[in-house]
Design a protein around this ligand. Structure first.
Ligand SMILES: C[S@@+](CC[C@H](N)C(=O)[O-])C[C@H]1O[C@@H](n2cnc3c(N)ncnc32)[C@H](O)[C@@H]1O
Length: 241
């Protein structure tokens, strides 16, 4: 994308509660599977505007959350949301080099930027003994995805796999899968409903380029609704073998 495209993209993608599918119930489930303790040190990698931080704090009320993203405006938005919480630290940083050691690493919709193998191998060095990682990953829910399901991820640069393929990548990275489940439709609506409202707000003042990107965004939402039984995200909870 050109710099002008990115500007228009981030006109849409600003001031949203989250930047990918997810819900508090995912955090509650994953931290329960991982048996996250009340004083756990947690990392939220690729945290976006910090949509999961409140649920992560609830999972370890006497612990801490260190969260990072490379997109500074998201980090600023998250910082403003958790300014009053001394146990939340925000950083503009690359998730391939998190600062510190953690009992639980959470990564919603961002591990695929590194790839499962690279992400799990890098993050192993930042896991305390007994530590657990939870990440959500694009996935086909069928061995025979339709053309619509396959084109849904076009342009994302994600090598899509089925759950079996993801389990295999996890095992090859030297990890054990503790549990996997699909993200719910509600998780997607938590992302798309505010995005739809944002698009409606911007429509009246939109430049031709913004109109084009609004159209692409709307097409993406329609495409997901048409093929959501065939593809989406799985949430994986894993620990080193
Ligand atoms: C799909 S969004 C998900 C954001 C957030 N986890 C959520 O669920 O709302 C992916 C995020 O990963 C961030 N990201 C991509 N590559 C990154 C990297 N190498 N280090 C840190 N953040 C990264 C992007 O800026 C973006 O905010």
């Amino acid at each position: 994308m050109t710099p002008e495209h990115w500007d228009a993209f981030f006109q849409i993608h600003s001031d949203l509660p989250r930047e990918g599918p997810g819900e508090d119930a995912d955090v509650a489930w994953a931290t329960q599977v991982a048996k996250v303790g009340q004083s756990a040190r947690i990392a939220d990698l690729g945290c976006g505007p910090g949509g999961d931080i409140a649920a992560l704090r609830r999972a370890a009320a006497e612990g801490s959350v260190w969260a990072c993203d490379t997109h500074e405006p998201f980090v600023q938005q998250a910082q403003a949301r958790y300014d009053q919480d001394p146990d939340v630290t925000l950083a503009v940083a690359d998730m391939s080099a998190p600062f510190g050691m953690f009992d639980f690493i959470w990564c919603a919709g961002a591990a695929y930027f590194l790839g499962i193998s690279a992400a799990l191998s890098t993050w192993r060095q930042h896991l305390s003994p007994g530590g657990v990682i939870a990440f959500s990953e694009p996935c086909y829910f069928t061995d025979t995805p339709s053309e619509a399901a396959r084109t849904f991820w076009d342009g994302e640069g994600v090598p899509l796999s089925t759950e079996a393929g993801i389990r295999d990548q996890i095992a090859r990275a030297g990890y054990q899968t503790l549990a996997i489940r699909n993200l719910s439709d509600q998780a997607w609506e938590n992302y798309y409903t505010p995005l739809e409202a944002r698009i409606s707000d911007l429509r009246s003042e939109a430049s031709p380029l913004l109109v084009e990107i609004i159209k692409d965004t709307r097409n993406e939402m329609d495409a997901w609704r048409a093929c959501k039984d065939e593809t989406g995200y799985v949430l994986c909870v894993v620990r080193p073998k």
